[in-house]
Design a protein around this ligand. Structure first.
Ligand code: UD1
Length: 360
């Protein structure tokens, strides 16, 4: 049996690696990786292949950046010849990025079955490109692998047949469990003169936030306010950096602010582990912080990962910074919630998926 794994953007790498690795022990299953090139900077892509010990992709499409239509179309036209030539039995995609839907849409029309890692998540906000990518990919997938119970319920509501849905746990957490010993040995803190529990870790990259100059201004005010007592570490996504420059938001005069390039997986997770609080609009970081029981304040109006708020260490604050401050102050006062790690986030999701796929 031939499986083609498609990756494209940063969060795909840690979700896909555990499944590829787990399939190695199954004789008769051949896996190849196709990297679309949606993310192409060394710090957004190569570093993850090296650190997560993922083998070099057999196919690299080099599509790069563009509008949604251009990027999606380029992935489709570039991946079609790969599918026609290698003829995989199953295409395996992950998450909700443009590469996920573009590859799936191309494959389904060639009669290739689709397996979707991290299926069923819904923010119920159709203004998010990721929500559209999730709904469409799930609609054409044959094997839907779900990370949390909300996903099973969402797929049921969408009328997906139970026989296609597999609640397997979270592959992103598999990667975290596997590399935790390395992360614990890595001292990223001293590099930035940080002490455990004495700094905030912040990331922002969602277009709905960072394309809005008013949001960027409020963000810089927030940083100023807390950077007296705490250091603030802010690895900046390329989109955010360029928008800040355009909006004329200057962070250089904020004391105690450490601005960095996007960080590698190991460095970033070692900063997550010891942070006092995380403030972010990321999807994956809500889950990783929940697993590590580090308080996280999510600056969005909704989350497609509700288990992280219901029982995990995540707080959904909306995009008004007065509300963000309310949650941050609650956490700083020591009155934050006691959180629990969600069901099946145990490092074995990739093995469960491999066992199912190997029999298909
Ligand atoms: C994409 C995903 C988003 C995910 C995020 C993780 C979609 C619709 N969005 O958003 O769900 O959370 O990845 O990072 O697929 N750029 C670079 N170098 C790179 C990649 C991008 O400079 O290696 C810049 C380009 O100016 C580009 C912009 O970042 O136009 C945005 O990149 P893009 O891949 O379109 O989306 P992300 O914002 O990264």
């Amino acid at each position: 049996m031939k499986l083609l794994f498609v990756v494209g953007a940063r969060p795909n790498f840690m979700k896909t690696a555990p499944v590829v690795n787990a399939l190695k022990k199954y004789a008769g299953v051949e896996c190849k990786i196709c990297h679309t090139g949606q993310h192409y900077d060394a710090k957004m892509s190569d570093v993850f292949f090296k650190q997560l010990e993922i083998s070099e992709p057999e196919y690299y499409l080099g599509v790069g950046s563009g509008s949604h239509a251009v990027q999606t179309a380029k992935i489709m036209t570039e991946i079609e010849p790969v599918l026609l030539e290698w003829k995989p039995d199953i295409l395996v995609v992950a998450g909700d990025v443009n590469s996920t839907i573009a590859a799936s849409l191309t494959a389904v029309k060639l009669g290739i079955r689709i397996a979707h890692i991290e299926s069923g998540l819904r923010s119920f906000d159709r203004s998010m490109p990721e929500e559209i990518n999730r709904i469409l990919t799930d609609a054409i997938s044959d094997y839907l692998f779900v990370t949390e119970i909300s996903g099973v319920n969402n797929l049921k509501s969408d009328g997906v047949d139970d026989s296609k849905v597999f609640f397997v746990g979270n592959c992103m957490i598999d990667t975290l469990v596997k590399f935790l010993p390395v992360i614990e040995k890595t001292d990223s803190l001293s590099q930035y003169s940080l002490k455990p529990q004495n700094y905030f870790l912040m990331t922002f990259h969602r277009p709905a936030n960072v394309d809005n100059p008013e949001f960027l201004l409020q963000l810089s005010e927030f940083m100023k306010e807390y950077s007296g007592e705490y250091k603030i570490v802010f690895p900046v996504h390329p989109r955010t950096r360029s928008n800040m420059e355009k909006a004329g938001v200057n962070l250089n005069d904020i004391n105690n602010l450490v601005l960095t390039e996007p960080l590698g997986y190991i460095e970033f997770m070692s900063l997550v582990k010891d942070a006092k609080v995380i403030v972010t609009d990321s999807g994956g970081i809500q889950e990783e912080s929940t697993f590590l029981k580090v308080p996280c304040v999510t600056v969005r109006d909704n989350t497609e990962r509700p288990v992280t708020v219901d029982i995990g260490s995540n707080y959904l604050a909306g995009t008004n910074f007065e509300n963000v401050k309310k949650y941050v102050d609650l956490i700083l006062s020591g009155k934050g919630k006691n959180s629990v790690i969600p069901e099946l986030w145990d490092g074995k999701a990739g093995e469960r998926i491999a066992e199912i796929l190997a029999k298909k």
